[in-house]
Write a protein that binds this ligand. Structure first.
Ligand code: HPA
Length: 272
């Protein structure tokens, strides 16, 4: 066993000790999703992340550092606030330690949420985008040998990384949603208009700074993965846009109730 394997196993044991048996679905909350998501759960138990030894703690406003466990229509669901980002200086294994621990605990469905910039004029701020796929343009890979749990490089097939059956079930209940491709960049500066133009040409629909490392780690650990972006702004240069963190948070709050509805629908159709 190497050090990371020990940490993940230790955290999985702590989760079991604090919260009991593993939930059916775990949701990693992104910028702005935390407040509204809370209203979905019944019978909430809270666990501050600071009580979990070696769980990396966030440094950015808009990420609430606690776990909330409750039920949504009879299913046990964990909401995970406090995502950490590569631009805060964390390594890939630290970015995904929480997700790995949750999967090790026994949760097999991982839903990743984020805020992202829209690369398409037909996806205005406030739109919600289920992931069809991603393009990784510099976010660290947790399957590299120095970042994996066991010290091996994992050559994983990532076709259908975002579970098609889960996405199709969501689209059946919410046909208004249009899946798209997420481009992940390390940030923390927003993109230049020239980068945005290239991302559009590459076929990306949204751009953000998270999610991809967690999706890779969760899939590699054997979980079924789904992700959703809230498009909080047009990416830089589109219609003269100059994105700001304030705009991202304000838009997320403004569209919070629509986002909570889509989140509830996504949880409800999670594979059994
Ligand atoms: N670019 C990158 N990340 C983001 C953006 C953006 O425009 N908006 C929210 N997260």
């Amino acid at each position: 066993m190497n050090f990371e394997t020990d940490l993940v196993a230790h955290l999985a044991g702590s989760l079991q000790g604090h919260l009991g048996s593993a939930p059916d679905v775990a949701v990693v909350l992104g910028s702005g999703w935390a407040e509204r998501a809370d209203t979905l759960l019944s019978g909430v138990e809270r666990l501050p992340l600071s009580e979990l030894e070696h769980w990396p703690l966030p440094k950015v406003e808009g990420h609430s550092p606690e776990l909330r466990l409750g039920t949504v229509e009879g299913r046990r669901v964990l909401l995970c606030g406090g995502r950490v980002h590569s631009y805060e200086g964390w390594e890939a294994c630290e970015l995904v330690r929480g997700v790995r621990s949750i999967v090790k605990w026994g949760t097999s469905k991982i839903l990743l949420l984020n805020a992202a910039g829209s690369l398409r004029e037909n996806r205005p701020p406030g739109s919600l985008m289920p992931f069809a796929d991603h393009i990784n343009l510099g976010l660290p890979n947790p399957l590299a040998s120095d970042q994996s749990e066991d010290g091996g490089a994992h050559f994983m097939d990532v076709v259908d990384l975002y579970e098609p059956a889960w996405r199709d079930a969501l689209l059946a209940s919410r046909p208004d949603l249009i899946p798209g491709v997420y481009a992940g960049l390390p940030g923390p500066s927003y993109e230049t208009p020239a980068e945005v133009f290239r991302l559009q040409q590459m076929g990306a629909d949204a751009v953000g700074m998270s999610t991809i490392p967690e999706a890779l780690a969760a899939k590699s650990a054997g979980a079924c993965v789904m992700a959703l972006s809230m498009l909080t702004n047009y990416a830089a240069g589109i219609g003269g846009s100059r994105p700001s963190h304030t705009e991202v948070l304000e838009t997320a709050i403004k569209h919070g109730s629509a986002a909570a509805e889509v989140l509830a629908a996504t949880i409800q159709v999670a594979p059994r």
